[in-house]
Design a protein around this ligand. Sequence first.
Ligand code: HSE
Length: 431
Amino acid sequence: MTDKPFKIAIAGLGTVGAGVAQLLNMNHDHIKQRCGRQVLLNAVSARSKNKDRGFGIEKFQWFDNPLQMVTLDVDLIVELIGGADGVAYDLVKAALQNKKQVVTANKALIATHGEELAEIAESNGVNLMFDAAVAGGVPILHGLRDGVCANKVSSFMALLNGTCNFILTTMAATGRSFEDVLKEAQDKGYAEADPSTDVDGFDTAHKLAILATIGFGIKPDLDHMYVEGIRDIKADDLSNAAVLNRNIKLVGMAKYHKGKVVQYVYPALLPVSHPLADVPGNKSAVLVTGDYVGDLLFLGAGAGQNPTASSVVSDIMYVARGEKSLPFNIPVQNLSDSLPTEILEREGAYYLHIVVAANADIEKGVLPEIETILSEHDISLEELVRAGPAGASGQDLCFTTSSTQEQVFLNLLEKIREIAEVISIRFIRME
Ligand code: HSE
C-alpha cells in the first residue's frame, strides 16, 4: 500500500461518466484495497456545469475545456465524451502525447483512430485501455488479453449492441412496434445519442473492429466490413422465425473465409439451440473460438450506466495497480492490413419473405415456378413457413433455402422478381 493516491480526471459526465464518479465514491475503500492505493478523482469536465447528476461536483476541479486537463498533475485521464472525432479525439491524443494514461469507453474513436492512438501510447510507454468500449460491463477485452492470449482465435460471433438486442427481444415477446421499443431503449439509457448508430449496425461494427484487431492482429478498418442494421425487421419476421425454432439477432462476426478475415454485421436467424439465440434484453454476448480452448461465451450487461462504469473503473484500477499492456495486445507495427469483406462471397442459408398478388394461385402457380428457379440455381426450398392467406394487399410466401453463395442467391432473386405475380421480396440471412 502506498500513500500516494492515483489521481484521475474525467472528461464527460453523461450517463457513463456520472456512473464512474459514483462508483469511485461508493466503492472507494474496496477499490483502495484492491489497488494498494487510493484512486482519487481530482478534476472533471463536462458540457454543463449545473446539470443535476445526483452528486455534487464542487469538490473536483472544474474545466470547461477538457483539453486543459492534459497538463494537470493527474496520472490518468478518462475520456467519456464520445464520438470518433472532435474533442474526444483531440483529448485522447493530447493526453497520450503528454504521457498520461488513458481509459476510454469510446468504441467509435478506437475503431476509427485506434492504430494512430495506440502508436502514440506505445511510444510514450503509457496504457490506452478501452474495455468498456466493447460489450459494456462484460470484461471481454481483459478476457482476450489475459485469458485467451495463448490461443489463435478462429472466429468471433457476437451480439454487441444492447439496444438492438433489447428491441428484437422485446418485439418478439410482445409484438410491439420497432419505434415504440426503440423509445423504451432510449429511456433506459441503452441507446446512443443518435440511435441510428445502434439500429443501423455501426455501433456493432465499431465493437467488432476492436475485437477483430485484438483477436486476429489486423488493423481496425470500418471500410472493410459489411454492415447492415435491423431497421427493416418486421414483427412478422420475428413470429415466422419462431415457427422455424429460430430467433432473430443482430450479429457481428469475424472469421477466416478463403484465407482472409471477413467481418460481417447483419441481422440473422439463429436456431434456438445456438448459444447466442436466447441472450435476453439488453445483454451482450461474445462467442470466441480459440484453437486450444475451443468455444468460450462471454455474456452480461452490454449497456447502461452501472455495467459500463464497472468496466471503466476496472480499467482505471488495472493501471492504478501498475499493470501495463499494449492497447491491442500486439505491437501496433505488427498489425497486418485488413482486407475488404465481400458479402457476395458469403455462404449460408436464407429466409425469404415474398409478397405475391392477392389473386395469385400460390400452390399451383407461383410456388412451382419458384421451385423450378431454385433448382436451376442448385438451391432447395428447405422449410415452408407461410403461404397466404390472401389479404387486400397480397399474400405472404415465406420459406427458407439451402446454403448457397450470396451472389448465386441474388441471381436467384432477380429471376423470382421476374414472376408477374411477385410484388416484393425481402430476405434475412441464416446462421
Ligand atoms: N448504445 C450501446 C448499446 C451502448 O446499445 O449497446 C453500449 O455500447
